[in-house]
Design a protein around this ligand. Structure first.
Ligand SMILES: Cc1ncc(COP(=O)(O)O)c(C=O)c1O
Length: 391
């Protein structure tokens, strides 16, 4: 067996199952799941229609390099969104959801023979860590905490580590904090990438779910060491479609394309053609954004009465702090367990989304609340949190 498998950590939802083991929530209250970031808004009709219209393509193998319609649609979206012209035949590839692409890119890029290091934000989306480990690299956790506006603090990376860095994962807007990186943040990191010869993989599935300004994107750096992943899961509320793209400079993408030819994870042509329609259509995304904004406006003040939190710049999570002075004494696990036991509402303890580094787990004392259900359901859950405080 591959010994790296033994280094993988349990997934956050496994840990949540253990935390809730033996707890019996009230049977008369329907379960409200705010633990998992799975969009619950209806899948847009344009997308469903496009799936139906293309079902005949099930009789064909999908092209690894992308259908012409998919590549053109993504290039068109990139141009409209970021004002950047791209060579669609060389700079874009379809992926079966960004999760798969995030994992695969490390396997294609990392040279395991040179004690490689992969930097990742902490807390983080767990795939970055698994991808690093399975590629033979050592993960190095870069804190994204309140003191740095939840942006990665690369000053903690020791001088002797930088020459070993081969890949840096970024997440903007961040999961779980919703923080957005500016062009200056990208610039300071691309300078380091040039100096130490590493690749930046910018994970941006929440790029279209923002409050006021559309977030800056890695594509806008136009830097040859920046690879970007995006997907339709959040933008188009279609996590089951498993459709996203990787973008990068032609020479890097040639390597990734070669890897993907063998990896064999190209989305079905049905999915690619339907995705082309979704990337070309913005009205459903506007509506999606409106729904999330409405939920933030209503729910954040309610949750904030119990757990201090702010409306984030992007994404659909509240990253809420458990006060030390509360009866949960700052424990995210105690809060999550009690909320589940009394109200049948699931939130994710921040501890499970981060790793201890330098004696500290930067997710500890927070819970991640995914505002994915409809407004009324989110309000019921926020109310349950307020009730909990009264007990
Ligand atoms: C930060 C982040 N990246 C990537 C993904 C994976 O998304 P996809 O559905 O495109 O695989 C998620 C999903 O929750 C996420 O939160």
């Amino acid at each position: 067996m591959n010994p790296a498998l033994g280094l993988l950590h349990p997934y956050p939802f496994e840990r949540l199952r253990s935390l809730f083991a033996g707890v019996m929530p009230p049977a008369d209250l329907p379960h409200i799941n705010m633990g998992i970031g799975e969009p619950q808004h209806p899948t847009p009709k344009v997308l469903l229609d496009a799936i139906h219209a293309n079902l005949g393509l099930l009789s064909k193998y999908p092209p690894t390099g992308g259908t012409p319609e998919f590549l053109t649609a993504v290039a068109g979206w990139i141009h409209r969104r970021y004002g950047v012209e791209v060579d669609s035949s060389r700079q874009i590839l379809p992926v079966s959801g960004s999760r798969e692409g995030l994992f695969a890119v490390a396997q294609a890029i990392i040279d395991p023979s040179t004690r490689p290091v992969v930097l990742l934000p902490n807390p983080f989306y767990q795939i970055y860590e698994g991808a690093a480990i399975m590629s033979g690299a050592e993960p190095f956790y870069v804190p994204t905490v309140a003191g740095t506006q939840f942006l990665p603090d690369f000053s903690v990376v020791p001088a002797e580590v930088w020459p070993r860095v081969q890949l840096v994962y970024l997440c903007s807007p961040g999961n779980p904090t919703g923080a957005v990186m500016s062009s200056e943040h990208y610039k300071s990191l691309t300078q380091l990438a040039d100096e130490f010869d590493f690749l930046i993989v910018s994970d941006e599935p929440y790029s279209e779910l923002y409050q006021s300004e559309p977030p800056y994107g890695g594509i806008q750096t136009q830097h040859p060491r920046v690879v970007v992943l995006n997907s339709l899961s959040k933008r188009s509320s279609a996590p089951g479609l498993r459709s996203g793209f990787i973008f990068g400079a032609p020479d890097v993408m040639d390597k990734i394309r070669l890897h993907r030819t063998y990896h064999g994870a190209a989305p079905s042509s049905v999915v690619q053609q339907a995705s082309a329609v979704a990337w070309s259509h913005e009205a459903h995304v506007d509506e999606n954004r409106r729904l999330y904004r409405e939920k933030f406006e209503v729910c954040q003040p309610m949750v904030n009465q119990v757990l201090p939190c702010e409306i984030p710049a992007g994404g659909f999570f509240l990253w809420a702090k458990i006060p030390e002075s509360s009866r949960w004494a700052g424990s995210d696990e105690t809060f999550a367990r009690e909320l589940y036991a009394t109200a049948n509402v699931t939130v994710l303890p921040g501890t499970y989304l981060a790793r201890e580094a330098n004696g500290q787990n930067p997710g500890a004392g927070y819970v991640r609340i995914a505002l994915v259900a409809d407004l009324a359901t989110c309000v019921r859950a926020a109310d349950a949190m307020r009730e909990l405080e009264k007990n």
